[in-house]
Design a protein around this ligand. Sequence first.
Ligand SMILES: [Zn+2]
Ligand SMILES: [Zn+2]
Length: 405
Amino acid sequence: MAIACRNCGTLQSAPAEARAGFVLNCACCRSELQRPAREDLVLALAASTLLLLVPANLLPFLSTSVAGVSRHSWLGSAATILWNEGWAWLGMAVGLFVVVLPPIRFALLTLVLGCLRTSARPPWLGRAFRYANLLQTWAMADVFLLALWVAHSRLAATISVSLGAGAFCFVLAGLGTIFTRAALDKGAIWEAIGPGRAAADAENATARGDDIACPACDLVLHAGCEGHHCPRCGAKVHARQPESISRAAALTLAGLILYAPANIYPIATLPIGFTPTAYTVIEGVHDLIQAGLFGLAFLVFCASFLIPMLKLAGISWLIFSVVRRSTRRLKTKTRLYSVVDEIGRWSMVDPFVIGCSVPVMQYNELISGRAEAGATAFAGVVILTIVAAQCFDPRLLWDAAGKAA
Ligand SMILES: [Zn+2]
Ligand SMILES: [Zn+2]
């Protein structure tokens, strides 16, 4: 059967019996092409995560109390309070990534896997799975889980704070998100949705040099399909992502411009020992160290400071390599791209910590929390770099090197 590597574009053949139970790696760049199939496990995980997200949204989330007075929040409070305080963009981003998109992603996954389990093949199946995969980056229940941990530790240093029933359900749903992601083998599910490689192989025993792969489902198609919709998932097929370099460069530049205000201005004001304290990204890490939370300080330092910086530098390096037709370290660059694409979303942890803490810190002038201007700029950097990484087509690195050679 023919497989196209999504990282370097190499077309290769794999024996048909290498289907289930094996990990396949690209012969050229060593990226993972396929992993063992575990559809039933993924269906169970996706359905439980979907069910847990319902009480997570409806039951009380966090409670704090000071001298007999208490405040409660819901999961949605993170978005509404930011919106009400005038941070509309930040409130919308948090609401979308935490409240709206996770249930949509898991409803789509449960639907697709349920259909496959019962051997139903409705015509919209491929499209539904494509949308579920599209939301993998943006449904951030797992990132919010880390934020809840940071917020809880940070609040507990000042006042008494307890998790509500909704937060317990959310913790389980967040773990479900992580496990689903780890167990999901998209290749096997695309194969089951069909018409897959097996059907294509019947007419075309081995891959031909000018074949192209669908950008969404990796189905290998004839070169004549360029610009048409993929028969399996409905995505528009292009041999390489259109305008990849100019789009990625423009978004990276915008991210670089926002990077300065995101780090110079405070992102939030929260009380530390009953003194309202405005903190920047790096001061937030310093506060965690002073509170003795070294592990969390390290995690937040990586997610909020190191990752955005490495992402901006990394994508810039990849863009320059393509433009200069560099032939050096192609495997390292391909691996760097995979890492940048994978970890970028974890930088949303700081805006989420603000969303978690602010709703339960509304007491008086001394014990109050609010977001500050830096938070919007910071979320902007994170979102721009995620989209920049998605626009960048790593196969161009190999194309450019090939042309130079
Ligand atoms: Zn490859
Ligand atoms: Zn497709």
